[in-house]
Design a protein around this ligand. Structure first.
Ligand code: TXA
Ligand code: MG
Length: 354
């Protein structure tokens, strides 16, 4: 996954150290991960974590993920680390997998939003790891965790570039919040979240949020199926129906509606853009005044990588609507379908007239 790492910007050790000091002093620092950028605070400092909620405009009943360095001690953060969790860490850490475990007693309530669990993740991005190591080195016991949600305002599209973060938090940046630039996020969508906090109640592994690491890969390591959430599963804000939305109304369209749109039929008033993974020819001039084309990658990993940056860019295009070709309903597209399905649900457009 790191084939492009050499081309990515690399923050200096001075910048990393300044960000680590900000965290140690109770401030916020934004940093790249392989999934999306995070807005970090010292996970053991409740006032610092409260600053994340204030900056994001996020309700206090949404827990945040604690990020740890590869050398971090999971047993310091979790009250119980079941064998299944250790197997998955061995297989997928560092990487885009968050494990929900029973939390250790010293984890502040603000991190877990009052739940008895904690979300733990060890990111693979080298800049994230450098920051986590530098921060842990400043903590008296050498264990440091950075609580970090995606570095966007609540309900908005996650940032995959440092400039996205600076655009979301101009006030914090003006007040000196470090934003470490690690280039474009490689995965592009948020980590897979797997709940293992209720194994002692006979509930197996539960997939709370699909991601780059798939349920199939997880089940193969566990030798057991992965379940869908039931009513008693822990809450996750990324699992709200309307989440991850751009400002421009977004409509998911099937092949038939795309074919009609390409004939200029059924288009809403105003300029629209069609986001398609088909290899479409350029549109005739009379149609392209009303409908623009954006061709996106046809494989799920590259599509995911481009998704949020594309949505952010198109959001500034002054379009009346984003018409997004629905991806295939196959398991390899699960994570992408989850995100764009929620984005479309935010608008619940009535398209019966089209
Ligand atoms: O890829 C990612 O996971 C990114 C990067 C920055 O690591 N982070 C991220 O954080 O997406 P956030 O806060 O935007 O989404 C984390 C999700 C939320 O839906 C939250 O409710 C859930 O994880 N979560 C965190 N701790 C949890 C817990 N103890 N129990 C259940 N859900 C939890
Ligand atoms: Mg988020």
């Amino acid at each position: 996954m790191n084939s492009k790492a050499a081309a990515q910007p690399v923050p200096s050790q001075q910048e990393i150290d300044r960000a680590a000091r900000c965290l140690a002093e109770g401030g916020l620092a934004a940093f790249p991960t392989e999934t999306v950028y995070g807005l970090g605070a010292d996970a053991e400092n409740p006032q610092a974590v409260a600053r994340i909620y204030a900056a994001k405009g996020r309700p206090a009943n949404h827990p945040v993920i604690v990020h740890i360095a590869p050398e971090g001690d999971v047993d310091y953060w979790a009250a119980q680390v079941p064998d299944q969790a250790r197997k998955l860490m061995q297989a997928f850490w560092p990487g885009p997998l968050t494990l929900i475990l029973k939390r250790a007693p010293h984890i502040p309530d603000t991190v877990s939003a009052g739940q008895d669990s904690v979300g733990l993740r060890c990111p693979s991005h080298p800049v994230a790891q450098d920051l986590l190591r530098a921060f842990a080195a400043l903590k008296p016991g050498g264990q440091g965790g950075v609580a970090a949600p995606s570095a966007n305002k609540f309900g908005q599209v996650s940032p995959t570039l440092a400039e996205h973060v600076r655009g979301e938090f101009p006030d914090e940046v003006a007040q000196g919040m470090p934003v470490l630039d690690g280039g474009a996020a490689e995965v592009g969508i948020e980590s897979t979240i797997l709940d293992l906090s209720r194994l002692d109640q006979g509930v197996g592994a539960v997939l709370l949020r699909p991601g780059h690491i798939s349920a199939v890969q997880i089940a193969a390591v566990l030798g057991q199926p992965v379940h869908s959430p039931d009513a008693a599963a822990p809450r996750a804000s990324g699992t709200l129906k309307a989440h991850y939305a751009p400002h421009t109304p977004l409509e998911l369209i099937d092949g038939a509606r795309q074919a009609r749109a390409l004939r200029g039929e059924g288009l809403p008033d105003g300029r629209c853009v069609l986001v398609s993974y088909d290899d479409l020819p350029a549109l005739p001039a009379d149609l392209s005044a009303r409908l623009q084309l954006r061709i996106v990658p046809a494989d799920p990993a590259h599509y995911a990588q481009a998704l949020y940056a594309t949505l952010r860019e198109l959001d500034h295009g002054g379009y009346a609507r984003l018409l997004v070709q629905a991806p295939p309903r196959t398991p390899d597209w699960d994570a992408v379908n989850d995100r764009i399905g929620r984005a479309a649900a935010a608008f619940a457009l009535d398209t019966s007239g089209f």
